[in-house]
Design a protein around this ligand. Structure first.
Ligand SMILES: [Zn+2]
Length: 161
């Protein structure tokens, strides 16, 4: 499966790639040399908005993509380039915060997240996704609708040239 590393300017993009299920490294701490080294060592595609870094990556050579334009246009371009369907399936998502893998928690074992979410949330939802790395808990609350609406927007942008 395709894996990515993105530069510090592309935080929003990393979030959408993780939600779409792609192993995506992103950190504001990584310098250009770190990004190049990780892309090479871990065979990751480097996504960057920095032309100098993009050119350096091509000299190595590494697989890289230079991204211009607004955030939404960047997301749409990457999804189109790598044939990523603009639909989020939480059972395939990775943690949007840390890139960790998620475990689905069904109604029968929901007590596992008892202490990790607000009481109201716990009462109202029966399905959760727990990050194996950072213990973040996700569920299909109000945010879920925003996610779906955003993906509809990306789908429209993907159809434009
Ligand atoms: Zn996490």
């Amino acid at each position: 499966m395709t894996r990515f590393v993105v530069d510090a300017m592309l935080g929003r993009l990393s979030l959408w790639l993780r939600l779409a299920g792609f192993d995506t490294l992103y950190s504001t701490e990584m310098q250009d040399n770190d990004l190049l080294a990780i892309a090479k060592e871990e065979n990751r595609i480097l996504l960057t908005s920095d032309e100098k870094l993009h050119n350096r990556a091509m000299e190595v050579p590494l697989e890289t993509m230079l991204l211009r334009g607004g955030v939404d246009e960047r997301v749409a371009r990457v999804f189109r380039e790598f044939d990523i369907p603009p639909r989020i399936d939480p059972s395939k998502s990775r943690c949007s915060k840390c890139n960790g893998e998620l475990t689905e928690i069904g109604p029968k074992e929901k007590d596992r997240v008892r202490d990790l979410v607000f009481d109201e949330t716990y009462k109202h939802y029966d399905r959760f996704w727990l990050c194996n790395s950072c213990d973040s808990v996700f569920f299909q609350g109000g945010q879920w609708r925003n996610i779906q609406e955003y993906m509809e927007r990306i789908e429209r942008l993907m159809k434009e040239d």
